[in-house]
Design a protein around this ligand. Sequence first.
Ligand code: PEP
Ligand code: MG
Length: 575
Amino acid sequence: MIQIHGKSAAPGVAIGPLYFYKSESVPISHKKIKDPLAEWQRYLVARDLAVSQLGALAEKARIQGGDTAALVFETHQLMVEDEDFEQRIHEDIFKNLNNASSAVCNASSYYQTMFNNMDGLYMKARAIDMRDIARRLNDILLGRIRGTLHTEVPVILVADDLTPSDTIQLDKNMVLGFVTSQGSPAGHTAILARSLGIPAVVEVGDLLKRRNRGREAAIDGDAGLVIVNPDHRTRERLEQKQAQQAHRRELLTRLKGKENITQDGRAVSLVCNITTPEDLEAVKENDGGGVGLFRSEFLYLRQNDYPSEEDQFLAYREAALQMRGKSVIIRTLDIGADKQAGYFNMEPEPNPAMGMRALRLCLTRPGMFRTQLRAIYRASAFGKLAIMFPIVTAVWELREARKMCQIVMAELEQEGIPYDKNVPLGIMIETPAAVFISDRLAHECDFFSIGTNDLLQYTTACDRQTSGVSRFYDPHHPALLRAIKMVVDSAHAAGIWVGVCGELASDLSMVQTLLALGVDELSVSPGSVLEVRDIIRKTNVSAIRGECVEEIFRDTEREETGEDAGMDTWFASDY
Ligand code: PEP
Ligand code: MG
C-alpha cells in the first residue's frame, strides 16, 4: 500500500483502477506568413468556432454540474473575445507576419506569465484557463480532436494537469475521480470536479508513477489522499465513508429547500461558516440560510500586506450581494494565536493563545481596525450585514469596539457614503470571562455567538493546537455545556438571540443537546447544513429539554478510568 498526499480539490471517495491520461499534443508550427489578411480571417473563423464550442460546453456543464460548472466555459468565452487578447494576436499577425497559431501561443504566454506573477491562487488558476483557451484555438486551427479515454471500465484518471475543457469533455460515467500532479484547488478544473461531484486530489507532484497504471487505488478527496493498492482495512474504511457520502447526497436532494423546523414547531436559524467569498458558492449549493461566521482574517492571511479598505469592501460586498438579503455576520479580524502573518510584525510572545489576538489587537491598532470597519459599513449598503467581535473578556472592550463603529459611521455620514445605520453588533463568547459576565454583556449588544473551539480551550486550559493534549480537549465536557446554558439564559433574559458557531454546532451527536439548551442559531460548515437540518427536523425540543438539561448537571463527566485510558500506557516506560 502506498499513500501519497496532495491537496484536496473536490470531496468524496473513489476506488478503482488508475488510468494515466495524456492529452494529445501536436507541436505547433511557427511559420512566417505572406498574406496577413488571409491569416487574420483564418483566426477569426477559429475564434468564432471556439466561442460556439464553448457555448455548447457551457450548456453540457450546466446540465451535469449546474451554473457554477457552466460559468467556467462562459468565462472562457469572454476571455477568447477579450479585446486586448485579440489586439495582441492581430498585431503579431500583421506586424510580425507570424502565423495564427504562433500569434495565439505568444498572446497566451504573455497572459499566462502575467497571471502567474500575480499574488493569489485565484490569479494563478487563470493562467491555466489561458492555456486552455490557446489549446482550443490551436486545436481548431490545426484540426485536432481531444478528450478520448481508451477504457472500458470506470477509472481514476491521473494526469499532469487537466484543463477545464479536457475535464468536461471526458465521459463522466468513465471517470471515478481525478488526480493531477500539478493543478490547484482554486483552479477551474477543481471547481468543475466539485460541481460534477467527482472526487479530486491535485498537486501530488511526481510521486504517482506511471508503472502503477491499472493498479487499484483509492482517493479520498476530502483528505487530499491517494492510496495505491489499499489494504483490506483501508478499503473497508473508505467504502464506509463512501456509503455515508452517498447517504448525504440523498439527503441533499431530499432536504434542499425545506425549513429548519423542529417537530414541535421551533424555527432554528441554520447558517454557515466561511473564510472567503469563494466559499459562498458552497453555502448556496447546500442551502445555507446565510453566513453566521465570516472569518475575515483569511483575507489578511492570504496576502503579503494589509488588505486595503477597497479590497475588503469588495469581499464583504460580494458576500452581501451573493446572500441576497440573507444575513452575513462578519467577524472582525481574529489574528494572533495560531493565525499569524509576518507583516503584522507581532512581538514574540511566550503564550500567543493568551496574548495579543483578535479584538485586543484591533483595539491596540485602531487605524487597522478602522479600515476594516469602514469596509464592512460601506458594504452594508448592499445587503444584510452584521458585525461580531472575537475574544471579548470585558464590557469595556465591547464599549470601545462599539465606539469605533460609531466613529466610522460618522465618517461615512460626513463623506456622504451610504451604509446601513442599523448593522447589528454582536460578540463571540469564547472566554470563561465572557460567560461569567454574559448577563452584563447581553445588555450591550444585539446577539451572542458561542465560539466553542476557543471557549473549550480556555475553559479546560487545554491548547486546541497541541495534539499531545487532545485527549483532554473534550468537546462534550460538561463544563462547556453548562457554560453554553448559562450564556443562553443570559441572552434570552436580555431579549437577544444566541448562536453557536464553533465546531460543536456541526457535531451531529450534539445538535439535539444544543437545541434543548435553547440555542437559536447553528452556524456550521456548508457541507454539514443538510445533515444538521435532518436532525433539527427530527427533534422534538420540548420532549427532550428536561432530560438534556438534567444530563449536563448530572455526573456525566467522561470518566478516564484506567480501562478507558489504557492501563498499559500508564505503566509503559514513558519517562
Ligand atoms: C471558535 O473559537 O469556536 C470559533 C468559531 O472561532 P475560531 O475557530 O475561528 O477561533
Ligand atoms: Mg475562536
